[in-house]
Design a protein around this ligand. Structure first.
Ligand code: NAD
Ligand code: DAU
Length: 352
């Protein structure tokens, strides 16, 4: 094998797309997917590649420093793509400790393990930390974009924990010379997203005729990127980005929540053969999320100018593909809503 990459959080939404891309595109890399399989981890996301000879799954917790040290030694890891995290803002409001533990202490344990394993032999090594645009805070509705030099201003326990982890990655680069790179990405959408997040939750609720809970007045703005475009950006930056740098990744694709929701309703109703707008009546305005950031929007020109990456998919095409995928993969969704998916690990890996 040419090199061994440790991908953390590979059983989650974005991680599963990154694992799939690297396993299929780089048959001469050994890909080790380390995941704790929290409620958000689902090995069924990787069923199509789980038997590939260059793929290994390890169940483990990034907070377990000793286990991370063992993993680095056992697999001779020379690259890390770190996605494992608690990722849902609403959960962070209810349970900030879990977010500090995993996102801050877990990232620190992984950094320390990498530093120890690599020492001064840094040639060909890279620690790639996946972060979010939420660390930059909120923009006004009438303009501005987050750049790589925008001051950090996190508002939720989730974004505070991600900001803290970003600072630790920079500190390890600046203090110990750890070869590290960070990216901050906007909202992803596409297949395999856990249905607590806006788009899959709403598609599933439309299908079942359940209420669509719109926070506040639905006026918050997010910048949406198709998840496979994010995975492609990660591939580009992992191989060609510069150590010590931050790159913003975004779709140049801003939507007010309520406008996005109307598009999701229109496409879902059409694909279900219902009259146009039939599900608009499901829209239910509910109490706003506490500390709800008004607008996020990413300026990803640095990534385009330096490394030539840009989004490949127009939103109309991406949302059509996404809705179609959830409707065509109802058993995947039903396994989650019934809790069945949590047994897959035992069936697949325990008996070996
Ligand atoms: P997700 O919640 O779908 O997946 C997270 C994965 O991490 C799960 O498989 C979970 O089991 C695993 N995990 C959680 N705690 C762990 C631990 N202690 N040890 C090992 N594994 C653990 O998340 P996602 O939406 O795929 O996000 C992945 C990363 O990308 C996160 O770091 C998130 O902050 C970042 N991000 C997400 C988005 C987005 O729109 N989803 C946008 C920008 C950045
Ligand atoms: O910006 C990047 C971030 O995008 C990532 O770092 C996070 O991991 C990811 O979860 C996502 O965070 P958001 O909070 O933006 O995503 P979510 O899907 O939860 O919400 C999108 C918007 O829709 C947000 O403004 C809140 C609103 N919303 C969400 C839900 C779940 C609703 O109005 N109703 C809902 O039921």
């Amino acid at each position: 094998m040419k090199r061994t990459l440790l991908i953390t959080g590979g059983a989650g939404f974005i991680g599963s797309h990154v694992v799939r891309l690297f396993v299929t595109k780089y048959p001469d890399y050994r890909i080790v997917n380390l995941d704790k399989l929290t409620y958000a981890g689902n090995l069924a996301n990787l069923r199509d590649i789980e038997k590939s000879p260059n793929y290994t799954f390890v169940r483990g917790d990034i907070c377990d420093y000793d286990a991370m040290r063992t993993l680095f030694a056992e697999y001779a890891v020379d690259g890390v793509i770190h996605l494992a995290a608690e990722s849902h803002v609403d959960r962070s409001i209810r349970d900030p400790f879990t977010f500090a533990r995993t996102n801050v202490m877990g990232t620190l344990a992984l950094l320390q393990a990498a530093k120890e394993a690599w020492g001064n032999a840094r040639e060909g090594k890279r620690f790639y930390h996946i972060s979010t645009d939420e660390v930059y805070g909120a923009l006004p509705l009438d303009g501005g974009l987050f750049t790589e030099t925008t001051r950090y201003d996190p508002h939720s326990p989730y974004s505070a924990s991600k900001a803290s982890s970003d600072h630790f990655v920079r500190a390890f680069h600046d203090t110990y010379g750890l070869p590290a790179v960070i990216t901050n990405c906007s909202n992803n959408y596409g297949p395999y997203q856990f249905p607590e997040k806006l788009i899959p939750l709403f598609i599933n609720n439309i299908r079942h005729g359940k209420p669509l809970p719109v926070y506040g007045r639905g006026e918050n703005v997010r910048d949406w990127l198709y998840v496979e475009d994010h995975a492609r950006a990660i591939d580009t930056i992992f191989h060609r980005g510069r150590d010590g740098e931050t790159y913003n990744i975004g779709g140049f694709n801003e939507w007010r929540n309520i406008d996005l929701i109307r598009v999701v309703i229109r496409v879902t109703d059409r694909l279900l053969g219902r009259p146009e707008g039939a599900s608009e009546k499901l829209i239910t305005y509910v109490t706003d999320r506490a500390g709800h950031d008004l607008r996020y929007a990413i300026d990803s020109r640095k990534l385009k100018e330096e490394l030539g990456w840009e989004p490949s998919l127009q939103f109309e095409e991406g949302i059509e593909k996404t809705v179609r995928w959830y409707l065509d993969n109802q058993p995947w969704m039903d396994n989650i809503t019934s809790g069945e998916y949590e047994r897959y690990y035992e069936e697949m890996y325990q008996g070996r």
